[in-house]
Write a protein that binds this ligand. Structure first.
Ligand SMILES: [Zn+2]
Length: 338
């Protein structure tokens, strides 16, 4: 019995020991498993981090590349958009301009139903320190530049009384523009004609000249930018018409430079040998030369001789007489160009 009890006790102890051992082993395995899981977790985590970093970096690269691509595309789109906006703006601008033009036409139409105004450029000869010819009468020094300016101002007033005539001046004060500057004023104002206003002079020891003459180009050169079909014909018609009006108020054709044989028209070629592009002789007078090159009919009216006392007293000695010269000029010009 004792032995049986001992066997039972031994068995129980054995079972207990086995049970205890098994629990211990399981616990250690559990710990190991936990460690393995932990280490695996760490590895996984590192891997994941590495992958994550790599992925992130590659994603970043990809993202950057994509972003750059996107930005480029967006830039392109922006550019395109801007171009479109610009085009749209241009279109709007054009439309506005057209609309404004239509409005302007509508608003100005009732007042301006005639054709485009003819612009006439009047050139008061000399000015500033270039006084022109001078004479003393009745104790007073008379300078050509002042006579020219008075006639020119009056001529402007007379011409502006005609419909559709616009007048510009090469000088509005006592200054002396160069010949090219004078012609440039006509060019920039789109003038159709240049009328230069002068009075004449001749030393009485040479010839006692008197009367009127008109200077025009000696050449038939016709530049491509001409504002009339024939500069020569336009100048000739202007000269003849103005001379006839001056004659009509009692001023004879000048007896100088053989103008008594040319019906008062003086044409002089330069003595320098210079020519126009067509090979014809250039004009002696710079204003005529520059006017011809600009394609604008240009004449110089020499109304009377300041050096001749009769001319002075009959035609130049008062404002009323100078105004009468301007009136004759205006009538002659308008009859010629209309
Ligand atoms: Zn002069």
């Amino acid at each position: 019995m004792k032995r049986k009890v001992s066997i039972i006790v031994l068995c129980c102890l054995t079972v207990l020991a086995v049970a205890l051992y098994g629990c211990g082993k399981k616990t250690r395995n559990g710990s190991q498993n936990a460690s393995a899981e932990n280490s695996m977790d760490e590895t996984t985590q590192i891997s994941t981090e590495k992958e994550s970093e790599e992925k992130s970096e590659s994603e970043e690269l990809t993202t950057e590349e994509e972003t750059e691509d996107t930005e480029t595309v967006e830039d392109d789109e922006d550019n395109q958009t801007e171009e479109v906006v610009e085009v749209a703006a241009d279109n709007n601008s054009d439309e506005q301009t057209e609309a404004e033009a239509v409005n302007t036409e509508q608003s100005t139409q009732p007042e301006n139903v005639g054709p485009e105004p003819v612009v006439i450029c009047i050139d008061p000869g000399h000015g500033g320190d270039n006084e022109g010819t001078k004479e003393t009468y009745d104790g007073t020094l008379i300078m050509e530049k002042y006579l020219n300016y008075r006639i020119a101002q009056s001529l402007k007033s007379y011409l502006e009384q005609y419909d559709n005539v616009k007048v510009v001046m090469t000088r509005d004060s006592d200054v002396n523009p160069s010949f090219s500057q004078r012609v440039n004023s006509a060019i920039s104002s789109d003038a159709r004609y240049i009328i230069s206003v002068h009075v004449n002079s001749r030393s009485s020891e040479e010839v006692d000249s008197h009367g009127c003459m008109v200077l025009m180009s000696c050449s038939r050169y016709q530049p491509s930018n001409s504002r009339v079909s024939s500069l020569y014909d336009a100048e000739y018609a202007l000269a003849k018409s103005v001379l006839s009006k001056l004659n009509a108020m009692g001023i004879p054709i000048a007896n100088d430079w053989n103008t008594e044989y040319t019906e008062g028209i003086l044409q002089r070629t330069t003595t320098s040998g210079e020519t126009y592009p067509d090979g014809s002789h250039a004009d002696y007078y710079s204003l005529l030369y520059n006017g011809t090159r600009a394609g604008i009919p240009t004449i110089i009216i020499e109304h009377a001789f300041l050096s001749n006392e009769n001319d002075y007293r009959n035609f130049l000695s008062t404002d009323a007489k100078l105004d009468a010269l301007a009136k004759a000029d205006a009538e002659g010009i308008m009859e010629s160009i209309r």
